[in-house]
Design a protein around this ligand. Structure first.
Ligand code: DOR
Ligand code: ZN
Length: 361
């Protein structure tokens, strides 16, 4: 299927989201529809509290996600397992054999939201990585060092130097995704190792640089991890995403947090972009004069990396301005409602996704 693209309408092969956070409970029930109504599949992150570290927990989480999908919507959550220092190898093997795990996620311990049970030292998971390499289960990496001596804006680049280079050398057949890359160094490193290393790129890292976090005051809505970087890094990411190079593909890292957790003296990292992620990417591709490269990034390079079939359906984007809501309301589980602020809140985006009915008219 070729992308069908004119000045006012884009028909794309249906995309997938290769990195998303759904959470659990009331938030899960509120946010799944945003992803499920646009994307056919999504790689679901396992950093719940407690994290997904067993086959049973992953099956049960998948069931809760399925229950939250609106009637009539077809959507497949692709599950991941959360690596810990002492995760039994048979969890990896059984989850893989059951067709449940699409990948395993490496969070360096204390690198980001709900990562305290993550991996303290790569040596601890040597036999897990050997097994993953053998069975062909991809490793998804949160690529930041946790060393407090390293400046927070350098933690991704230092992770590549200190860990990723060695990891690729030690496990030459392991397939790896560097998730949500944020730097020029990551772009170059992924390009140089693209035979078995890929990267997801989020909408927010394509739209904002670190100034956004401090524009007129401290703006927690723009705080995510890895933290947004300098402008030249954003430019490198835009070039990579729109390049048509298949080692870069769509992963929103949509990460909803209730307003009260974002706006606190120790606010959570994460940007909720699921309601308008595809339009947000389309805007970037248009600004770069690369709309014709959107389908590869959004719908083709991810399945190719994971060895999964291409989607056969399509989505239609039309040039129609939409103002993004200031907030969404969700039940906080305590009997009252709380806000979640989406990315682009109050801004106008140029493209809109047509509902299925409208698309057929
Ligand atoms: O900004 C982020 N939010 N980065 C992550 O790595 C985790 C995520 C979350 O779970 O909120
Ligand atoms: Zn994430």
């Amino acid at each position: 299927m070729d992308q069908n693209c004119d000045a006012d309408k884009i028909i794309l092969r249906q995309p997938d989201d290769w990195h998303v956070h759904f959470r659990d409970g009331a938030v899960l029930r509120a946010v799944v529809k945003n992803t499920a109504s646009i994307f056919n599949r999504a790689i679901v992150m396992p950093n719940l509290q407690p994290p997904i570290t067993s086959v049973e927990a992953a099956f049960s989480y998948r069931r809760r996600i399925m229950e939250a999908i609106p009637d009539g919507v077809i959507f497949t959550p692709l599950m991941t397992v959360y690596l810990t220092d002492d995760l039994p190898i048979d969890v990896i093997e059984r989850g893989f054999q059951a067709g449940l795990f699409t990948a395993a996620k490496l969070y360096p311990a204390n690198s980001t939201t709900n990562s305290s049970e993550g991996v303290s030292d790569l040596k601890e998971i040597d036999s897990i990585l050997e097994t993953m390499q053998k069975i062909g289960l991809p490793l998804l990496v949160h690529g930041e060092v946790v060393d407090q001596e390293v400046d927070i804006f350098d933690r991704e680049a230092v992770f590549i130097e200190r860990h990723l280079i060695h990891l690729l050398e030690r496990y030459p057949a392991l397939r790896v995704v560097m998730e949500h890359i944020t730097t020029e160094q990551a772009v170059q490193f992924v390009e140089a190792n693209s035979s078995r290393l890929a990267a997801t790129i989020t909408p927010h890292h394509l739209h904002i640089n670190r100034n956004a976090m401090f524009a007129g005051g401290l703006r927690s809505d723009y705080f995510c991890l890895p933290v947004v970087k300098r402008e030249h890094h954003r430019r490198a990411l835009r070039k990579a995403a729109t390049s048509g190079n298949s080692c870069f593909f769509l992963g929103t890292d949509s990460a909803p947090h209730l307003r009260s957790f974002k706006e606190s003296s120790c606010g959570c990292a994460g940007i909720f972009n699921a309601p308008n992620a595809l339009e947000s990417y389309a805007q970037v591709f248009e600004e770069e004069g690369k709309l014709h490269k959107l389908q590869g990034f959004a719908s083709e390079f991810g399945p190719a990396f994971y060895g999964l079939p291409l989607n056969t359906g399509s989505v239609t984007l039309v040039r129609r301005e939409q103002v993004i809501p200031e907030f969404f309301e969700v039940n906080n589980g305590l009997g009252s409602k709380e806000k979640i602020v989406p990315f682009h809140a109050g801004e106008t985006l140029n493209w809109s996704v047509l509902g299925l009915k409208e698309a057929l008219e």
